[in-house]
Design a protein. Structure first.
Length: 170
């Protein structure tokens, strides 16, 4: 037995490999002259630099957008917190300014209003947080697809350049 685990099945492993393998068509410079190889290397370097620059700009743009979304959500949460704090403070001062007879009857009602304000704040805060999270996720997903498109374009351009180099040699 070549593998130490009793659970390893080489037949199943090979079937899995065959089922999931994806061969990438690598563009080889085999069979090219030295000058063609130099041209291919030059083209590859230029395209790689262009690809790297585009990928960095997409990454930077996505980071800035995510930071903007986070800052906006934080500002909304702070605004909600301030408004709730002001409402609660006004209710408490209202209760303190009442005479003792009124306090007895109004205390329960004001405490209920304060708890409602806190519940409303919690719901609004959770809503803003989840919206921001969804926006950040969509920004990340769009950046990921944009990066994949850039990489695909790079591979296609490089393959075309190699074809042109080979064609021009003949």
């Amino acid at each position: 037995m070549a593998y130490a685990s009793k659970y390893y099945d080489p037949v199943k492993a090979h079937e899995y490999y065959e089922k999931h393998k994806k061969l990438k068509g690598r563009q080889s410079t085999k069979g090219m002259t030295n000058s063609q190889k130099e041209m291919a290397a030059y083209v590859k370097d230029k395209l790689s630099a262009e690809k790297k620059q585009k990928l960095e700009s997409v990454t930077k743009k996505a980071q800035e957008q995510r930071a903007d979304v986070t800052a906006a959500a934080k500002a909304k949460r702070e605004m909600f917190a301030k408004s709730c704090f002001n409402i609660i403070t006004s209710l408490r001062t209202k209760l303190q300014n009442m005479n003792p007879d009124q306090k007895k009857f109004a205390r329960q009602r004001i405490q209920e209003e304060i708890s409602k304000v806190r519940e409303t704040y919690a719901k609004r805060k959770a809503g803003v947080t989840s919206d921001a999270k969804n926006q950040r996720n969509s920004i990340s997903a769009s950046a990921k697809t944009e990066k994949a498109n850039i990489r695909t374009d790079y591979n296609n351009k490089y393959a075309e350049a190699l074809k042109d180099i080979r064609k021009n040699a003949k």
